[in-house]
Design a protein around this ligand. Sequence first.
Ligand SMILES: O=P(O)(O)O[C@@H]1C[C@H](O)[C@@H](CO)O1
Ligand SMILES: O=c1cc[nH]c(=O)[nH]1
Length: 299
Amino acid sequence: MLKGVNLKNPHLNKMPSDFLYHLNINVPNTADTSVIQKQFGDIVAVCAGGTSKRMRELAIYLRPILGIKDNSEPVDLCESGQRYAVYKVGPVLCVSHGVGSSTFSVVLHELLKLVKYAKCQDPVFIRIGTCGGVGVEPGTVVITKDAYNGYLKNEHEIPILGKRVVRPASFPDTLCQEILKYGAKSDDGFNTIIANTMSTDCFYEGQGRTDGAVCEYSDDEKMAFLKECQKKGICNIEMEATMFASLTQKVGVRAADVCVTLINRLNGDQVSITMHEKETFEQRPFSIVGRYIQHLLLN
Ligand SMILES: O=P(O)(O)O[C@@H]1C[C@H](O)[C@@H](CO)O1
Ligand SMILES: O=c1cc[nH]c(=O)[nH]1
């Protein structure tokens, strides 16, 4: 049975209006959100990824899959907000989130409020990203099960009101399995796997790289850390999974993190593939998620 989105913030019930600042979307009357419902009420999936270019391309990619005949330039609905790009293609939103949990969490809070005000029914949130691989061939697509932070703990840690708050950070197993089942095909020409992900706040030292501006550990220490990751079933490293899993888990919204590996970190630190190769790899999660969304709409 479909369900609406119930956020975990009692203060929202007392707010007569709400301004989604970074999206530049105004909700003038929270008691009557009919205008927002008309614009966004049909949303079944919210896809998010680091760059606005990727999200624009995803919007174009999804058109034929969703049976939408449209060759026009996708419109960035939140261009006036000057922060995040938001494209709507049929019942799917494609949203850029920038680099890392801090920029993603800002837009995620606002998107969760948007789908609540729009009275969307059981929307699924899917991050379509890039990542570093650990022991897997570059180009492998990883669907995250458990998200580990940089301390190799399966949790998300944030300071709130000066206190350390720790929340669980896992993605629903049934959704991982469904995305694998309906999204991946044996003749894709690349592997799609379900595995654990480490998510860090720093691309360089946080991910154990030795090519940042600062590094105080040896190559051997780095390799030992990456082997530790492998022991926890971690096959990829990115910068959003723990926050994304914990916030969506907290509000009971289904979510998944589907990322393509650009590099095998057991072989080096520099992401040296060409932009063309990167763009080709970025299409891989598109096809997995595209097929899954097709399945979602038919059922
Ligand atoms: O979705 P993207 O490609 O932005 O995801 C990864 C994690 C960080 O945001 C970024 C680091 O290069 O790429
Ligand atoms: O190594 C990588 C590659 C992409 N994104 C990351 O966060 N790490």
